[in-house]
Design a protein around this ligand. Structure first.
Ligand SMILES: Nc1ncnc2c1ncn2[C@@H]1O[C@H](COP(=O)(O)OP(=O)(O)O)[C@@H](O)[C@H]1O
Ligand code: SF4
Ligand SMILES: [Mg+2]
Length: 413
Protein backbone atom coordinates (compact mmCIF):
# COMPACT_ATOMS: atom_id res chain seq x y z
CA UNK A 1 0.00 0.00 0.00
CA UNK A 2 1.21 3.49 -0.82
CA UNK A 3 1.90 5.91 1.99
CA UNK A 4 -0.54 8.40 0.48
CA UNK A 5 -3.26 7.55 -1.97
CA UNK A 6 -5.33 10.42 -3.32
CA UNK A 7 -8.38 9.60 -5.41
CA UNK A 8 -10.47 12.03 -7.44
CA UNK A 9 -9.72 15.06 -5.31
CA UNK A 10 -11.93 18.00 -6.22
CA UNK A 11 -11.71 21.41 -4.62
CA UNK A 12 -13.72 24.50 -5.44
CA UNK A 13 -14.26 27.91 -3.91
CA UNK A 14 -17.38 29.96 -3.95
CA UNK A 15 -16.52 33.55 -4.90
CA UNK A 16 -18.44 36.66 -5.90
CA UNK A 17 -17.39 36.03 -9.51
CA UNK A 18 -18.59 32.43 -9.46
CA UNK A 19 -17.38 28.97 -8.55
CA UNK A 20 -13.58 28.60 -8.84
CA UNK A 21 -12.86 25.00 -9.86
CA UNK A 22 -9.33 24.93 -8.48
CA UNK A 23 -8.85 21.14 -8.47
CA UNK A 24 -11.03 19.07 -10.78
CA UNK A 25 -10.28 15.44 -10.19
CA UNK A 26 -6.75 14.64 -9.16
CA UNK A 27 -5.52 11.16 -8.33
CA UNK A 28 -2.02 10.16 -7.35
CA UNK A 29 -0.09 8.07 -4.88
CA UNK A 30 3.19 8.47 -3.06
CA UNK A 31 5.20 5.51 -1.85
CA UNK A 32 7.31 5.53 1.31
CA UNK A 33 10.63 7.27 0.78
CA UNK A 34 9.79 8.28 -2.78
CA UNK A 35 9.47 11.67 -4.42
CA UNK A 36 6.53 12.87 -6.45
CA UNK A 37 7.04 16.05 -8.44
CA UNK A 38 3.90 18.10 -9.10
CA UNK A 39 4.54 20.54 -11.92
CA UNK A 40 2.45 23.19 -13.61
CA UNK A 41 2.09 26.88 -14.26
CA UNK A 42 0.80 29.28 -11.68
CA UNK A 43 -2.87 28.72 -10.90
CA UNK A 44 -2.96 25.06 -11.96
CA UNK A 45 -4.08 23.90 -8.53
CA UNK A 46 -0.80 22.62 -7.11
CA UNK A 47 -0.96 24.49 -3.80
CA UNK A 48 -4.70 24.19 -3.30
CA UNK A 49 -4.58 20.42 -3.76
CA UNK A 50 -1.82 19.81 -1.23
CA UNK A 51 -3.10 22.42 1.22
CA UNK A 52 -6.46 20.68 1.08
CA UNK A 53 -4.76 17.44 2.11
CA UNK A 54 -3.47 19.30 5.16
CA UNK A 55 -6.93 20.81 5.68
CA UNK A 56 -5.60 24.30 5.11
CA UNK A 57 -8.28 25.45 2.68
CA UNK A 58 -11.13 26.54 4.96
CA UNK A 59 -14.35 27.34 3.16
CA UNK A 60 -13.51 25.18 0.16
CA UNK A 61 -15.90 22.56 -1.18
CA UNK A 62 -13.92 19.33 -1.14
CA UNK A 63 -14.60 15.81 -2.37
CA UNK A 64 -12.58 12.67 -2.99
CA UNK A 65 -10.38 10.66 -0.65
CA UNK A 66 -6.82 11.05 0.56
CA UNK A 67 -5.72 7.95 2.40
CA UNK A 68 -2.58 8.44 4.47
CA UNK A 69 -1.64 5.07 5.93
CA UNK A 70 -5.25 4.13 5.51
CA UNK A 71 -6.83 7.15 7.25
CA UNK A 72 -8.65 9.70 5.12
CA UNK A 73 -7.03 13.09 5.65
CA UNK A 74 -10.16 14.77 4.33
CA UNK A 75 -12.38 13.34 7.05
CA UNK A 76 -10.24 12.60 10.14
CA UNK A 77 -11.09 14.66 13.20
CA UNK A 78 -9.46 18.07 13.71
CA UNK A 79 -7.58 16.67 16.72
CA UNK A 80 -6.16 13.81 14.72
CA UNK A 81 -5.22 16.22 11.95
CA UNK A 82 -3.31 18.38 14.43
CA UNK A 83 -1.40 15.29 15.53
CA UNK A 84 -0.60 14.34 11.96
CA UNK A 85 0.55 17.82 10.95
CA UNK A 86 4.22 18.19 11.70
CA UNK A 87 4.66 14.76 13.24
CA UNK A 88 3.62 12.64 10.25
CA UNK A 89 3.26 15.16 7.43
CA UNK A 90 5.24 18.39 7.35
CA UNK A 91 5.14 21.29 4.91
CA UNK A 92 7.80 23.61 3.57
CA UNK A 93 6.66 26.76 1.79
CA UNK A 94 8.22 29.12 -0.70
CA UNK A 95 8.42 31.89 1.84
CA UNK A 96 9.77 30.70 5.20
CA UNK A 97 8.87 34.05 6.73
CA UNK A 98 5.22 33.17 6.34
CA UNK A 99 5.77 30.11 8.54
CA UNK A 100 8.32 31.47 11.00
CA UNK A 101 7.12 33.92 13.63
CA UNK A 102 9.24 37.08 13.32
CA UNK A 103 9.23 37.79 17.05
CA UNK A 104 10.49 34.45 18.33
CA UNK A 105 13.94 32.93 18.14
CA UNK A 106 14.13 30.16 15.58
CA UNK A 107 15.35 27.63 18.13
CA UNK A 108 12.44 28.39 20.39
CA UNK A 109 10.04 27.86 17.48
CA UNK A 110 11.53 24.47 16.69
CA UNK A 111 11.45 23.52 20.40
CA UNK A 112 7.80 24.54 20.68
CA UNK A 113 6.89 22.44 17.69
CA UNK A 114 8.69 19.43 19.12
CA UNK A 115 7.07 19.93 22.52
CA UNK A 116 3.61 20.37 21.03
CA UNK A 117 3.85 16.83 19.74
CA UNK A 118 5.81 15.27 22.57
CA UNK A 119 4.64 16.45 25.98
CA UNK A 120 7.16 14.24 27.76
CA UNK A 121 10.24 15.83 26.27
CA UNK A 122 11.95 18.41 28.51
CA UNK A 123 12.76 21.91 27.30
CA UNK A 124 16.46 21.06 27.50
CA UNK A 125 16.05 17.97 25.38
CA UNK A 126 13.97 19.87 22.84
CA UNK A 127 16.59 22.58 22.64
CA UNK A 128 19.30 19.98 22.11
CA UNK A 129 17.24 18.52 19.32
CA UNK A 130 16.74 21.98 17.76
CA UNK A 131 20.50 22.63 17.78
CA UNK A 132 21.13 19.19 16.33
CA UNK A 133 18.61 19.79 13.52
CA UNK A 134 20.06 23.22 12.69
CA UNK A 135 23.50 21.64 12.44
CA UNK A 136 22.15 18.87 10.25
CA UNK A 137 20.78 21.32 7.68
CA UNK A 138 24.13 23.10 7.47
CA UNK A 139 23.64 26.14 9.70
CA UNK A 140 27.09 27.05 11.02
CA UNK A 141 27.50 27.40 14.80
CA UNK A 142 24.02 26.04 15.44
CA UNK A 143 24.41 26.30 19.22
CA UNK A 144 24.62 30.07 18.80
CA UNK A 145 22.30 30.58 15.83
CA UNK A 146 19.54 28.77 17.73
CA UNK A 147 19.02 32.04 19.61
CA UNK A 148 18.74 34.23 16.50
CA UNK A 149 15.52 35.65 15.11
CA UNK A 150 14.29 34.74 11.59
CA UNK A 151 15.31 38.13 10.15
CA UNK A 152 18.91 37.44 11.16
CA UNK A 153 19.10 34.64 8.58
CA UNK A 154 19.50 34.99 4.83
CA UNK A 155 16.79 33.60 2.52
CA UNK A 156 18.66 30.36 1.95
CA UNK A 157 19.42 29.97 5.65
CA UNK A 158 15.78 30.55 6.55
CA UNK A 159 14.79 27.83 4.10
CA UNK A 160 17.31 25.57 5.88
CA UNK A 161 15.63 26.41 9.18
CA UNK A 162 12.28 25.43 7.64
CA UNK A 163 13.76 22.12 6.52
CA UNK A 164 15.14 21.56 10.03
CA UNK A 165 11.70 22.26 11.44
CA UNK A 166 10.01 19.98 8.92
CA UNK A 167 12.38 17.13 9.75
CA UNK A 168 12.49 17.67 13.51
CA UNK A 169 9.72 15.16 14.20
CA UNK A 170 10.90 12.74 11.52
CA UNK A 171 7.68 12.85 9.48
CA UNK A 172 6.85 10.20 6.93
CA UNK A 173 5.92 12.76 4.29
CA UNK A 174 7.11 16.26 3.50
CA UNK A 175 5.17 18.51 1.14
CA UNK A 176 7.49 21.18 -0.24
CA UNK A 177 5.61 23.90 -2.11
CA UNK A 178 8.02 25.79 -4.39
CA UNK A 179 10.64 25.67 -1.61
CA UNK A 180 13.40 27.20 -3.74
CA UNK A 181 11.48 29.53 -6.03
CA UNK A 182 12.45 32.65 -4.10
CA UNK A 183 16.14 31.73 -3.96
CA UNK A 184 18.90 32.48 -6.44
CA UNK A 185 20.25 29.66 -8.58
CA UNK A 186 23.28 28.66 -6.49
CA UNK A 187 21.39 28.66 -3.20
CA UNK A 188 18.54 26.82 -4.88
CA UNK A 189 20.92 24.07 -5.98
CA UNK A 190 22.32 23.80 -2.44
CA UNK A 191 18.88 23.55 -0.88
CA UNK A 192 17.75 20.91 -3.37
CA UNK A 193 20.93 18.99 -2.68
CA UNK A 194 20.32 19.18 1.04
CA UNK A 195 16.72 18.04 0.68
CA UNK A 196 17.77 15.09 -1.43
CA UNK A 197 20.43 14.06 1.06
CA UNK A 198 18.23 14.35 4.13
CA UNK A 199 15.33 12.66 2.40
CA UNK A 200 17.51 9.63 1.72
CA UNK A 201 18.93 9.69 5.25
CA UNK A 202 15.51 9.93 6.92
CA UNK A 203 13.71 7.83 4.30
CA UNK A 204 11.05 10.52 4.04
CA UNK A 205 8.56 10.64 1.19
CA UNK A 206 8.45 13.97 -0.57
CA UNK A 207 5.93 15.84 -2.67
CA UNK A 208 7.85 18.52 -4.48
CA UNK A 209 5.73 21.25 -6.03
CA UNK A 210 7.28 23.43 -8.68
CA UNK A 211 6.50 25.40 -11.83
CA UNK A 212 9.91 24.48 -13.21
CA UNK A 213 10.54 20.97 -14.53
CA UNK A 214 14.27 21.64 -14.12
CA UNK A 215 13.95 21.68 -10.33
CA UNK A 216 12.86 18.05 -10.12
CA UNK A 217 14.96 16.76 -13.03
CA UNK A 218 17.25 14.77 -10.77
CA UNK A 219 15.00 14.42 -7.78
CA UNK A 220 11.54 13.06 -8.58
CA UNK A 221 10.71 9.39 -9.02
CA UNK A 222 7.37 10.23 -10.56
CA UNK A 223 6.02 13.42 -12.05
CA UNK A 224 2.47 14.71 -12.24
CA UNK A 225 1.89 17.57 -14.66
CA UNK A 226 -1.06 19.75 -13.70
CA UNK A 227 -3.03 21.97 -16.03
CA UNK A 228 -6.24 23.80 -15.22
CA UNK A 229 -6.79 21.91 -11.97
CA UNK A 230 -6.30 18.46 -13.47
CA UNK A 231 -3.46 16.11 -14.30
CA UNK A 232 -2.48 16.54 -17.95
CA UNK A 233 0.15 13.81 -17.81
CA UNK A 234 1.82 11.55 -15.30
CA UNK A 235 4.80 9.22 -15.63
CA UNK A 236 8.06 8.15 -14.16
CA UNK A 237 10.52 11.01 -14.30
CA UNK A 238 12.61 9.58 -17.11
CA UNK A 239 9.56 8.80 -19.22
CA UNK A 240 8.34 12.32 -18.75
CA UNK A 241 11.61 13.88 -19.84
CA UNK A 242 12.20 11.61 -22.81
CA UNK A 243 8.80 10.33 -23.85
CA UNK A 244 6.35 13.08 -22.99
CA UNK A 245 3.01 12.79 -24.71
CA UNK A 246 0.98 15.85 -23.77
CA UNK A 247 1.65 19.06 -25.74
CA UNK A 248 1.57 21.00 -22.46
CA UNK A 249 4.33 18.82 -20.99
CA UNK A 250 6.34 19.34 -24.16
CA UNK A 251 5.83 23.07 -23.74
CA UNK A 252 7.17 22.86 -20.18
CA UNK A 253 10.16 20.84 -21.40
CA UNK A 254 10.95 23.43 -24.03
CA UNK A 255 11.01 26.07 -21.36
CA UNK A 256 13.76 24.25 -19.42
CA UNK A 257 17.25 25.59 -20.17
CA UNK A 258 19.28 23.21 -22.34
CA UNK A 259 22.93 22.39 -22.71
CA UNK A 260 22.67 23.85 -26.19
CA UNK A 261 22.50 27.24 -24.48
CA UNK A 262 22.00 30.11 -26.91
CA UNK A 263 21.44 27.73 -29.82
CA UNK A 264 18.21 26.43 -28.42
CA UNK A 265 16.23 29.27 -26.99
CA UNK A 266 13.84 28.94 -24.11
CA UNK A 267 10.31 28.93 -25.39
CA UNK A 268 7.62 29.97 -22.96
CA UNK A 269 4.23 28.42 -23.66
CA UNK A 270 2.19 31.02 -25.54
CA UNK A 271 -1.23 32.03 -24.22
CA UNK A 272 -2.64 32.16 -20.73
CA UNK A 273 -3.73 29.55 -18.23
CA UNK A 274 -7.49 28.98 -18.36
CA UNK A 275 -10.04 30.75 -16.21
CA UNK A 276 -11.06 28.31 -13.52
CA UNK A 277 -14.48 29.94 -13.36
CA UNK A 278 -15.25 29.73 -17.09
CA UNK A 279 -13.30 26.72 -18.26
CA UNK A 280 -12.81 26.14 -21.99
CA UNK A 281 -14.97 23.37 -23.44
CA UNK A 282 -13.38 20.04 -24.35
CA UNK A 283 -9.67 19.91 -23.62
CA UNK A 284 -8.84 22.79 -21.27
CA UNK A 285 -5.53 23.24 -23.09
CA UNK A 286 -7.10 23.58 -26.55
CA UNK A 287 -6.94 27.40 -26.83
CA UNK A 288 -3.14 27.15 -26.51
CA UNK A 289 -2.46 23.91 -28.32
CA UNK A 290 -0.69 23.87 -31.67
CA UNK A 291 -2.18 20.44 -32.44
CA UNK A 292 -5.80 21.31 -31.63
CA UNK A 293 -8.28 19.13 -33.52
CA UNK A 294 -12.04 19.45 -33.88
CA UNK A 295 -12.85 16.96 -31.17
CA UNK A 296 -10.51 18.75 -28.71
CA UNK A 297 -12.94 21.65 -28.61
CA UNK A 298 -15.81 19.38 -27.65
CA UNK A 299 -14.64 16.26 -25.80
CA UNK A 300 -12.60 16.50 -22.64
CA UNK A 301 -9.80 13.92 -22.94
CA UNK A 302 -9.51 11.24 -20.27
CA UNK A 303 -6.22 10.32 -18.64
CA UNK A 304 -5.30 7.24 -20.70
CA UNK A 305 -2.20 5.06 -21.04
CA UNK A 306 0.47 6.63 -23.25
CA UNK A 307 3.80 5.65 -24.75
CA UNK A 308 5.05 2.32 -26.08
CA UNK A 309 2.70 -0.64 -25.36
CA UNK A 310 3.48 -3.32 -22.74
CA UNK A 311 6.48 -5.40 -23.75
CA UNK A 312 7.88 -2.70 -26.04
CA UNK A 313 11.07 -0.82 -25.28
CA UNK A 314 10.43 2.17 -23.01
CA UNK A 315 7.04 1.01 -21.76
CA UNK A 316 6.08 2.73 -18.50
CA UNK A 317 2.94 1.26 -16.93
CA UNK A 318 2.40 4.48 -14.97
CA UNK A 319 2.49 6.71 -18.05
CA UNK A 320 -0.85 8.37 -18.76
CA UNK A 321 -1.83 11.47 -20.67
CA UNK A 322 -5.05 13.40 -21.14
CA UNK A 323 -4.78 14.21 -24.83
CA UNK A 324 -6.43 12.94 -28.01
CA UNK A 325 -3.21 12.71 -30.04
CA UNK A 326 -2.02 9.16 -30.96
CA UNK A 327 -0.99 7.62 -27.70
CA UNK A 328 2.28 6.22 -28.97
CA UNK A 329 3.54 9.50 -30.47
CA UNK A 330 5.86 10.58 -27.67
CA UNK A 331 9.00 12.66 -27.14
CA UNK A 332 10.35 15.76 -28.75
CA UNK A 333 11.91 13.89 -31.70
CA UNK A 334 11.15 14.75 -35.32
CA UNK A 335 9.37 11.53 -36.18
CA UNK A 336 6.91 11.89 -33.29
CA UNK A 337 6.39 15.54 -34.11
CA UNK A 338 5.59 14.67 -37.74
CA UNK A 339 3.02 12.10 -36.58
CA UNK A 340 1.42 14.58 -34.25
CA UNK A 341 1.18 17.20 -36.97
CA UNK A 342 -0.30 14.67 -39.39
CA UNK A 343 -2.86 13.57 -36.80
CA UNK A 344 -3.75 17.17 -36.05
CA UNK A 345 -4.13 17.95 -39.75
CA UNK A 346 -6.38 14.93 -40.23
CA UNK A 347 -8.43 15.91 -37.20
CA UNK A 348 -9.17 19.42 -38.46
CA UNK A 349 -12.11 19.41 -40.77
CA UNK A 350 -14.43 21.85 -39.10
CA UNK A 351 -14.91 25.50 -39.96
CA UNK A 352 -12.60 27.97 -38.28
CA UNK A 353 -10.53 25.09 -36.97
CA UNK A 354 -7.33 27.00 -37.03
CA UNK A 355 -4.68 26.18 -34.44
CA UNK A 356 -3.24 29.02 -32.40
CA UNK A 357 -0.03 30.64 -33.62
CA UNK A 358 2.99 28.40 -33.00
CA UNK A 359 5.32 29.40 -30.16
CA UNK A 360 7.08 32.67 -30.87
CA UNK A 361 10.53 31.68 -32.04
CA UNK A 362 11.96 34.83 -30.50
CA UNK A 363 10.95 33.40 -27.15
CA UNK A 364 9.01 36.50 -26.27
CA UNK A 365 6.93 35.78 -23.20
CA UNK A 366 3.22 36.24 -23.36
CA UNK A 367 1.98 39.37 -21.68
CA UNK A 368 -1.03 40.11 -19.59
CA UNK A 369 -0.82 37.14 -17.27
CA UNK A 370 -3.08 37.77 -14.34
CA UNK A 371 -0.66 36.44 -11.76
CA UNK A 372 2.63 38.26 -11.58
CA UNK A 373 3.99 36.27 -8.66
CA UNK A 374 7.26 34.40 -8.98
CA UNK A 375 5.52 31.25 -10.20
CA UNK A 376 4.01 33.14 -13.10
CA UNK A 377 7.29 34.42 -14.40
CA UNK A 378 9.06 33.00 -17.39
CA UNK A 379 11.61 30.27 -16.99
CA UNK A 380 14.64 31.27 -15.00
CA UNK A 381 17.68 30.60 -17.12
CA UNK A 382 19.80 30.29 -14.03
CA UNK A 383 17.99 27.22 -12.81
CA UNK A 384 19.35 24.48 -14.99
CA UNK A 385 18.45 20.94 -14.07
CA UNK A 386 20.80 18.10 -13.85
CA UNK A 387 19.39 15.82 -16.47
CA UNK A 388 18.37 12.22 -16.25
CA UNK A 389 21.12 9.92 -17.36
CA UNK A 390 19.63 8.09 -20.29
CA UNK A 391 17.34 8.59 -23.22
CA UNK A 392 17.63 10.08 -26.62
CA UNK A 393 15.81 12.15 -29.14
CA UNK A 394 15.28 15.18 -26.98
CA UNK A 395 17.08 18.14 -25.60
CA UNK A 396 19.67 17.62 -22.97
CA UNK A 397 18.93 19.49 -19.76
CA UNK A 398 21.68 21.78 -18.58
CA UNK A 399 23.66 20.75 -15.49
CA UNK A 400 22.45 22.27 -12.29
CA UNK A 401 24.79 24.91 -10.90
CA UNK A 402 26.54 23.16 -8.04
CA UNK A 403 27.12 24.94 -4.79
CA UNK A 404 30.35 24.43 -2.89
CA UNK A 405 29.58 20.91 -1.74
CA UNK A 406 26.27 21.80 -0.13
CA UNK A 407 28.05 24.38 1.95
CA UNK A 408 25.98 26.96 3.75
CA UNK A 409 25.05 29.98 1.71
CA UNK A 410 26.18 32.74 3.96
CA UNK A 411 25.49 34.02 7.39
CA UNK A 412 23.14 36.63 8.60
CA UNK A 413 20.82 38.55 6.32
N1 LIG B 1 -9.34 30.77 -1.10
C1 LIG B 1 -9.51 30.83 -2.42
N2 LIG B 1 -10.64 31.36 -2.95
C2 LIG B 1 -10.83 31.41 -4.28
N3 LIG B 1 -9.95 30.96 -5.19
C3 LIG B 1 -8.81 30.42 -4.73
C4 LIG B 1 -8.52 30.34 -3.34
N4 LIG B 1 -7.31 29.76 -3.18
C5 LIG B 1 -6.85 29.51 -4.42
N5 LIG B 1 -7.75 29.91 -5.36
C6 LIG B 1 -7.62 29.77 -6.81
O1 LIG B 1 -7.39 28.41 -7.12
C7 LIG B 1 -6.56 28.31 -8.25
C8 LIG B 1 -5.41 27.38 -7.99
O2 LIG B 1 -4.54 28.00 -7.08
P1 LIG B 1 -3.18 27.35 -6.58
O3 LIG B 1 -3.40 25.95 -6.18
O4 LIG B 1 -2.64 28.27 -5.56
O5 LIG B 1 -2.28 27.39 -7.89
P2 LIG B 1 -0.75 26.98 -8.01
O6 LIG B 1 -0.75 25.88 -8.99
O7 LIG B 1 -0.10 28.21 -8.54
O8 LIG B 1 -0.24 26.60 -6.67
C9 LIG B 1 -6.12 29.72 -8.60
O9 LIG B 1 -6.93 30.19 -9.66
C10 LIG B 1 -6.41 30.49 -7.36
O10 LIG B 1 -6.69 31.83 -7.65
S1 SF4 C 1 -4.16 17.82 -29.09
FE1 SF4 C 1 -6.21 18.27 -28.38
S2 SF4 C 1 -6.50 16.99 -26.58
FE2 SF4 C 1 -4.30 17.10 -26.98
S3 SF4 C 1 -3.61 18.81 -25.70
FE3 SF4 C 1 -4.01 19.61 -27.76
S4 SF4 C 1 -6.08 20.37 -27.60
FE4 SF4 C 1 -5.80 19.00 -25.88
MG1 LIG D 1 1.26 27.50 -5.55
Amino acid sequence: MSLLEVTDLQVSFHTADGEVHAVRGMSFSVDRGSTLGIVGESGSGKSVSTQTLMRLTPGAKVSGTALFEGQDLLTVSDDRMRELRGAEIAMIFQDPLSSLHPLYKVGWQIEEMIRAHDRKISRDQARKRAVEMLGLVGIPKPDRRVDDYPHQFSGGMRQRVMIAMALALNPKLIIADEPTTALDATVQAQILDLMRRLQAEFDTALIMITHDLGVIADMADDVLVMYGGKPAERAERRTLYYRAHHPYTMGLLRSVPTAAGGGDRLRPIPGQPPSLINLPTGCVFHPRCEFVMDRCRVDEPTLDPAGPPPGADGHDPSHASACWLPHDAVGLGEEAQARRLAAAEAGRKGKGAKPPEPPDSAGKPDTGRPDTGPQAQGPDTGKGPEGPDTGAGTQEPKPKPKGPGGAPDGGTG
